[in-house]
Design a protein around this ligand. Structure first.
Ligand code: DAT
Ligand code: MG
Length: 148
């Protein structure tokens, strides 16, 4: 089954949105396969956001993502990578539709509450960056017979 990397960013943790956000993915029918509260180091932040290293907002982005705990998660499900991106909404909360996480809880692009992998390649790369194999659990959830 497909897996993706999702993370409640420091603003979402501070704003008590961990429960709200995880609840949306649980209710959707995706399965939580791993999770941890952690503070991202500078080097991990620079590697995670490496594709943006030449952008003018890069240093601000690294400073923000390392500014407090994040809630890092592994979610599993059919087409979960694209499905979670849809549930997150557009990068800029001002463009994100109501009903999406960024549309409902964000105002500015610099504090847009959640990260999610944007492709199969980035999901693989980001999951390997944030989780080791023992932290990703393979377990049975019987209610998934009522999702699939
Ligand atoms: P996404 O998080 O939707 O994958 P992205 O990969 O283009 O978006 O950018 C990563 C993060 O960088 C984004 O969540 C918020 C920040 N960011 C993007 N564009 C920005 C901009 N123009 N100004 C400030 N921060 C920006
Ligand atoms: Mg991205």
């Amino acid at each position: 089954m497909e897996k993706t990397f999702l993370m409640v960013k420091p603003d979402g943790v501070q704003r008590n949105l961990i429960g709200e956000i995880t609840s949306r993915f649980e209710k959707k029918g995706y399965k939580l396969a791993g999770a941890k509260l952690m503070v991202i180091s500078n080097s991990l932040a620079e590697e995670h956001y490496g594709e943006h290293k030449d952008k003018p907002f890069f240093s601000e982005l690294v400073e923000f993502i390392t500014s407090g705990p994040v809630f890092a998660m592994v979610w599993e499900g059919e087409n979960v990578i694209a499905g979670a991106r849809q549930m997150m909404g557009a990068t800029k909360p001002s463009d994100a539709a109501p009903g999406t996480i960024r549309g409902d809880f964000g105002v500015t692009v610099g504090k847009n509450v959640i990260h999610g992998s944007d492709s199969a390649d980035s999901a693989k790369r980001e999951l390997e960056l944030f989780f080791n194999s023992e932290e990703i659990l393979n377990y049975q959830k019987d209610n998934l017979n009522w999702v699939y």
